[in-house]
Design a protein around this ligand. Structure first.
Ligand code: AMP
Length: 394
């Protein structure tokens, strides 16, 4: 669980905090505050009470934040919460009144692990900060503009009608932020014809086809398991694999699904790690399993980028973001290598320069003005959450 105090005007972080192993007896939480010199101090461990669930941890963390705010005469005007699944009920961020909370609860079956934790967080935050509005910012909301041809699955009609089986997409906050930032960087903000593929490549990975600021398609579906190869998630596979592995091993659906979420992806392919940094180093040192994992990852990625040319009918820019997209020069150059026929050619010096928060164009100057570019844009989901919360509060 991550939290921060953000100045929505300038995006400055005043407090940042992190809680790990929430819900276990080893739960821990720490917080860092900006000092009068504008620099962050050392992380200080928070003393947790008996309740080490989301509610208890957040109550302790927010009490520390509130005390800091009082001492420094900082006014906390709103709280923004990342909520994973908004189903079809939410196409934008919303102030969480009782009606909205009920609608978030109704989305629990769509995200049984995430939405209850999100709701517990909101309830804990409301208990500590009852006088400020609490705003939900949904991972799915940005993709609610997808047309039916992109979001419907070819499954029995009643699955869609009765159980909401359709594609929703995730990482919407990130896709929204980097697509807007890229449009500005390219001098085309507000241009309804701007065609972007945004690649959010972190522990979870997804693509979006964004035209004129609207999501037309994305690689994730009902759950964040569909699409690209990820750290520990398989991404696309033949749904027949589930029945086959069940028949061969006797494992039930929940065990197989857990394997597809937690033991697959880069980890499953390499047998070494889900961490791209580790794999980059191992591949460089000649480890063939790491090389294969990166090959499968970048091939699938390039194939999916090309598929998103259909909703966009072309491409103006490919946007890389997320821990891998912002830092892995090897993933970016291998992916662009597959896409040379589109006119994308990596500029090795620019590619090396754009790491650790440095953004910019990483392809060579196109010889035709119609050729697309690839651009690195560091994402900032916290800032979007803070700005939405502030905007809905005014
Ligand atoms: P995120 O979920 O956005 O924090 O991204 C996590 C992923 O980014 C992990 O696979 C990290 O290994 C990867 N990552 C972070 N820094 C680097 C780096 N310098 N080189 C390669 N991958 C990196």
């Amino acid at each position: 669980m991550k939290f921060a105090v953000v100045d929505p005007q300038n995006g400055a972080r005043l407090v940042t905090g992190l809680a790990e192993r929430v819900g276990t007896r080893e739960a821990s939480a720490s917080v860092r505050f900006v000092g009068t010199d504008g620099q962050f101090g050392q992380a200080a461990a928070l003393e947790l009470g008996d309740d080490t669930g989301h509610r208890g941890v957040l109550a302790v963390a927010l009490a520390a934040v509130q005390e800091w705010a009082r001492e420094h005469a900082v006014e906390l005007v709103a709280t923004g919460h990342r909520v994973v699944h908004g189903g079809e009920a939410f196409s934008a961020s919303v102030v969480l009144d009782e009606e909205a909370m009920d609608a978030v609860r109704e989305c629990i079956p769509l995200a049984p692990l995430h939405n209850p934790a999100n709701i517990a967080g909101v309830e804990a935050a409301r208990a500590v900060l009852p006088d400020v509005p609490h705003v939900a910012v949904f991972d799915t909301a940005f993709h609610q503009t997808m047309p039916a041809q992109a979001y419907r699955y070819a499954v029995p009609a009643e699955w869609a009608r009765d159980y909401g089986v359709r594609r929703y997409g995730f990482h919407g906050t990130s896709h929204r932020y980097v697509s807007a930032r890229a449009a500005r960087e390219l001098g085309r903000y507000g241009d309804p014809g701007l065609r972007l593929v945004t690649a959010h490549l972190g522990n979870g990975c997804s693509l979006a086809a964004v035209k004129g600021g609207r999501s037309l398609d994305t690689s994730m579906g009902l759950t964040p398991l569909e699409g690209l190869v990820m750290g520990t998630r398989s991404g696309d596979l033949d749904p027949g694999v589930l029945g086959y592995i069940h028949d061969r091993t006797g494992a039930d659906i929940s065990a197989i699904t857990a394997d597809l979420n937690k033991r697959s992806g880069l980890l499953g392919l390499s047998g070494i790690s889900n961490d791209m940094r580790t794999l980059d180093e191992a591949a460089e040192a000649g480890d063939e399993r790491a090389q294969l994992a990166i090959e499968v990852f970048t091939y699938r990625l390039a194939k999916y980028i090309a598929a998103l040319m259909v909703p966009l009918q072309g491409l103006d820019a490919l946007v890389f973001t997320g821990g891998i997209g912002e830092n892995s020069t090897t993933v970016r150059s291998a992916t662009l290598g597959h896409l040379r026929y589109l006119g994308l050619e990596v500029d090795p010096a620019a590619n090396q320069r754009c790491i650790r928060g440095e953004g910019g164009i990483i392809t060579r100057d196109p010889d035709s003005t119609r050729a697309p570019v690839a651009i690195v844009v560091p994402t900032d989901e916290e800032l979007v959450i803070a700005r939405d919360a502030a905007a809905l509060t005014r």
